[in-house]
Design a protein around this ligand. Structure first.
Ligand code: HEC
Length: 273
């Protein structure tokens, strides 16, 4: 009796585990990012290419409503010239009020935010199968995934900051090649997404290098890498500053430690009282 109860309990448990494994999305692979680690830095050229992909493709559906055009000119980011940022802004249309109080439309300026292409969530839902495409400004901070036992214990001690970036990259490249609808995605929770595969090989023209070839390969994977790097910068533009400040704090603490040790020695020798 007891034995059969035990067997039933065990089989229920294993069934639950298999069901969970089946509905869970695949685990994104860890990528190497230029901005990972203590000395990590954003790669300016990569950020510019990522901005190009965002502007030419993602912007058709997703906004970056917490980022203004002027930030694109700041050091540490894509660092566009004022002229280039102004030109990008002028491609956006904003609703405004004219001098006579009438509603009007004007083109974007440096201080404007990179608003989504739809006027309101209802319109977005109507255009995209009942789903509002998320704002991408903080997407690499807002997403992560279950790393399972025992990995999550190591994560407590060795911070892994690029989890969101790895996830976004995985979603962009995780589509099923055999699927004609182009919506099956092994990394998206549930396995199907309403975003049809957004990137394809040779879809965008990258700057040409000295050897007459594009500076990096024009592949889906490279496009995804670049746009994800750009989104990672947008979500955390202060990263390099913060790391630098951290370095100074360390230096300061070292000097302070040296002073403490010196004081202790002098005190022991009764040179100060
Ligand atoms: C044709 C419209 C369209 C385009 C173009 C598009 N997306 Fe999406 N995207 C969507 C929709 C709709 C969703 C919501 C999917 C869902 O929840 O099933 C989405 C979801 C996402 C998500 C969220 C996944 C999550 O975990 O919620 C990310 C990240 C994303 N898109 C990134 C991008 C990037 C980067 C590009 C440009 C390379 C892009 N998208 C281009 C429509 C689009």
């Amino acid at each position: 009796m007891l034995k059969s109860l035990f067997v039933i309990a065990l089989s229920l448990l294993s069934a639950a585990f298999t069901a969970r494994a089946a509905e869970q999305a695949a685990t994104p692979e860890r990528q190497s990012w230029s901005f990972a680690g203590v000395n990590g830095k954003y790669d300016q050229d990569q950020l510019r290419r990522g901005l190009q992909i965002y502007s030419e493709k993602c912007r058709a559906c997703h906004g970056m409503a917490y980022l203004d055009f002027r930030s694109l000119t700041r050091p540490g980011g894509p660092q566009l010239s004022m002229e280039a940022a102004r030109e990008l802004a002028s491609g956006y249309v904003f609703a405004d009020i004219d001098d006579e109080g009438e509603p009007m439309e004007r083109s974007g300026r440096l201080g404007d935010k990179m608003l989504p292409p739809f006027a309101n969530p209802q319109q977005a839902k109507f255009m995209h199968n009942g789903i509002v495409p998320v704002d991408l400004t903080y997407i690499t901070r807002a997403r992560s995934y279950d790393r399972g036992f025992p990995q999550f214990i190591f994560d407590l001690f060795i911070p892994y900051n690029e989890q969101g970036s790895d996830y976004v990259y995985a979603v962009l490249t995780g589509y099923d090649d055999q699927d004609p609808q182009m919506t099956k995605n092994r990394f998206f929770p549930g396995g199907v997404t309403s975003m049809t595969r957004p990137l394809a090989d040779n879809e965008f023209s990258y700057p040409i290098g000295a050897n007459g070839q594009p500076v990096v390969p024009q592949t889906e994977a490279q496009y995804a890498k670049d746009v994800t790097a750009f989104l990672s910068w947008a979500a955390d533009p202060e990263r390099e500053n913060r790391q630098q400040t951290g370095g100074y704090v360390f230096l300061y603490l070292l000097v302070f430690l040296a002073l403490c040790l010196l004081t202790k020695r002098l005190y022991r020798r009764r040179e100060i009282k």
